[in-house]
Each structure stands twice: as structure tokens, then as C-alpha cells.
Design a protein around this ligand. Structure first.
Ligand code: ADP
Ligand code: MG
Length: 205
């Protein structure tokens, strides 16, 4: 499914997509947050981009761990430590691997999403990135015996469906929770950035 070179190519493409959607992600964070999600993510992935050339001959675990450490140290806000731990734990799950198949990918994603849950202490339906992450992972696991493109396509569909669902629910974690019922009607920025990330993986794979 992917070797180290492919993983680096995907990370570059994620950086470009985040940069492209920076203003939109920031705009989503305005009514229910502090208007910085796109700025935070673009800063983090911009720093990641600078390290990718030096990682070309490394294993997938080292690449993902470096991404995690970079995000933790350069992204402020909730999303830095959350995405940072996701990539760090993903790196641990991929330690020593120079190639991953669909099964490895699903295990790595599972570990990454569990890391977000542990770090942020949120569950499904709290209007966070997990509302895209959890249903997309379940959808992908259900297709595990299919090829990577098919698996990812299902995951992306479920992730965007999860994003739509965040509009209907009250935020009970993160900054948006300060708004209580007034958070209804607004789309979660973190669920949106995650869906872009998964979409890029599906396009590049
Ligand atoms: P901050 O809220 O600190 O300004 P960002 O704006 O970069 O950080 O990120 C906000 C996003 O972080 C939210 O849209 C939500 O998806 C996610 N988030 C916030 N708190 C949690 C949490 N406890 N668990 C999972 N995701 C969270
Ligand atoms: Mg914010």
C-alpha cells in the first residue's frame, strides 16, 4: 500500500491541502472557537514540510514520530497535542516498518485515534475531531479485506458524514463547549481538518 517514499509524498500533499484550506478552517473556528484552527494546522504542517527531505531514507515509524514531535512543539491550542499524539503513537505502531499494507494502515490509524481519545478524554458525539475519526475508522475496518483505494474511499465518505453530524450536536469538549447549546448549527473545525487529511491519503494512495 505505501512505503516510506509514499508516506513522505502523502505528508507533503497534506501540507499543501492544509495550506489551501487554512482560511476556511480558521473561519470554521470563528463562531465556536478562537479563529485559529487553520493557522495552527498550517504552521504545524509547514514545519513538518521542512523536515521531510531529511526523512527520505527513514522507516515509516521514524517519519511519523518526527511529524508528531514537530506538531506537539509547534502547534498551539488543543489540536497540536491531539494531532501530535496521534502521529507519535502512529509512529510507535509503525516502528521499523518500511512498507505497510492495508492491515498495518488500519492498525496504525486505530492506535492514532485511541491516542486522541486518551489525550483529549472525549468520546463520540462531543463535537470534536473524533466525530470524523471514529466513524471513518469503523467504516474502513468493515472493508478491511478490500484494496486500499476502496477502504480509503469508504473512510472518507464516513468522515465527511461525521463532519455533517457535528453541526447537529452540542460541543461538550474544547473551546466550543463554552457555548453550550449555541454551538449547535456550527461545523467542527478539527473534524473538518481530519477529513481533509484522510481525503488526501485516499487521493495519493
Ligand atoms: P483551540 O481550540 O485550542 O484553539 P484548535 O482551534 O487548533 O485549538 O482546534 C480546535 C479543534 O480541536 C476542535 O475543532 C476539535 O475538533 C478539537 N478538540 C478540542 N478539544 C478536543 C478534545 N478534548 N478531544 C478531541 N478533539 C478536541
Ligand atoms: Mg481554535
Amino acid at each position: 500500500m505505501a512505503d516510506s517514499k509514499k508516506v513522505i509524498q502523502i505528508l507533503r500533499a497534506i501540507g499543501s491541502k492544509i495550506e489551501e484550506e487554512k482560511d476556511y478552517l480558521t473561519k470554521l473556528d470563528q463562531p465556536i472557537g478562537d479563529s485559529d484552527h487553520g493557522i495552527n494546522m498550517a504552521r504545524g504542517f509547514g514545519e513538518v514540510e521542512k523536515k521531510l527531505d531529511d526523512l527520505a531514507d527513514k522507516d515509516i515509524g521514524t517519519i511519523l514520530k518526527t511529524v508528531g514531535m514537530t506538531l506537539v512543539s509547534t502547534v498551539g491550542g488543543a489540536s497540536g497535542p491531539l494531532y501530535g499524539s496521534a502521529f507519535l503513537k502512529a509512529g510507535m505502531a509503525a516502528a521499523g516498518k518500511t512498507e505497510m499494507n492495508v492491515q498495518d494502515f488500519l492498525e496504525i490509524m486505530d492506535t492514532a485515534i485511541q491516542a486522541v481519545q486518551q489525550r483529549g478524554k472525549a468520546v463520540l458525539d462531543e463535537k470534536t475531531m473524533l466525530d470524523a475519526m471514529i466513524p471513518s475508522l469503523e467504516a474502513m475496518k468493515a472493508e478491511a479485506s478490500e484494496d486500499a483505494k476502496t477502504v480509503l474511499k469508504k473512510g472518507v465518505e464516513a468522515a465527511w458524514k461525521g463532519v455533517e453530524h457535528t453541526k447537529d450536536i452540542i460541543a461538550t469538549k474544547g473551546r466550543a463547549s463554552y457555548l453550550g447549546e449555541r454551538s449547535i448549527g456550527h461545523q467542527d473545525p478539527g473534524a473538518t481538518s481530519y477529513s481533509y487529511i484522510l481525503e488526501v491519503i485516499s487521493q495519493q494512495i
